[in-house]
Design a protein around this ligand. Structure first.
Ligand code: BTN
Length: 260
């Protein structure tokens, strides 16, 4: 039987095929790729890849289910990202990962940086951290891709995997390498307006009514009309007022609760 799981040698080989110049740190199991990242001092772009995590972390303090079959990555990008691109990292990574996943199944971006199937099921989550070490600071892009996962905890109503959608197992090494390759390609590209255009085209929220949930529990609703040049979500409230929202200040749901 073909083994499609993440494996160090095969992943290295797939990365080389695509000319991804990253140092690879590979783990069969770790608490979280973020914990491993905290222990290294990367001199070059680096990829920490794990087959399983025992304490995977998601946004807003949530747990990230990290069983075998999923792909768990920390891509450490600085010093290769120019300053003007730092603010756009969310959009850059969301577009890069979408391009890679699209090699297997259609997907869209749920603002700010979830990759979902066209019916809103979550296929990938991204959590970007800026880590400052003694001698170096780095952008750590935490990426969790639901690749060959067979099942999810009952409370993860809106989660799915590429395997569950296509019915076919995919090679996790090839998907990981194309994800890294697409993100690095975009980091090197000079025309970010094209990336933002792609981000907007893929935005599942566009033209839909959204519910905005603020950290203090307040809620508002309105119509999503786009994303600005920094990737902030533009929402026209029912009162007619237009808001530009950054990811830290609000979380967004479809009004009917269809996207978690
Ligand atoms: C989200 O909540 O949508 C973000 C999920 C990010 C999960 C990834 S898996 C690799 C990295 N290590 C972690 O512990 N979390 C991120």
């Amino acid at each position: 039987m073909i083994n499609f799981s993440l494996r160090k040698d095969e992943l290295n080989c797939e990365l080389k095929k695509r000319d991804c110049g990253v140092d690879l740190y590979f783990f069969e199991e770790t608490s979280s790729t973020f914990d491993e990242a905290a222990m290294i001092k990367p001199k070059a772009p680096s990829l920490i890849a794990a087959r399983r995590q025992t304490k995977g972390r998601g946004r807003l303090g949530r747990v990230w289910q990290s069983d075998e079959g999923g792909i768990y990555l920390s891509l450490i990008l600085k010093p290769c990202v120019p300053k003007e691109k730092l603010q756009l990292m969310t959009a850059i990574c969301a577009v890069g990962i979408s391009r890679a996943i699209e090699g297997y199944t259609p997907c869209q971006i749920k603002w700010p940086n979830d990759i979902v199937s066209p019916d809103g099921k979550k296929l990938c989550g991204i959590l970007i951290k800026l880590s400052t070490g003694e001698t170096n600071s780095a952008i750590n892009v935490g990426i969790g891709i639901n690749a060959n996962n067979e099942s999810f905890a009952d409370e993860l109503k809106y989660a799915s995997s590429i395997y569950k959608i296509t019915g076919k197992r995919l090679n996790e090494n090839a998907l990981t390498a194309s994800t890294v390759s697409e993100i690095l390609k975009i980091c090197q590209s000079t025309d970010l307006s094209l990336i933002l255009e792609e981000y907007r085209k893929r935005l599942i929220n566009l033209g839909k009514r959204v519910k905005l949930i603020y950290p203090n529990g307040n809620e508002e609703s309105g119509l999503c009309t786009g994303a600005d040049n920094m990737g902030a979500l533009i929402v026209k409230k029912d009162s007619g007022e237009e808001l530009c929202l950054n990811s830290g200040e609000v979380s967004v749901r479809g009004v009917y609760g269809e996207y978690a």
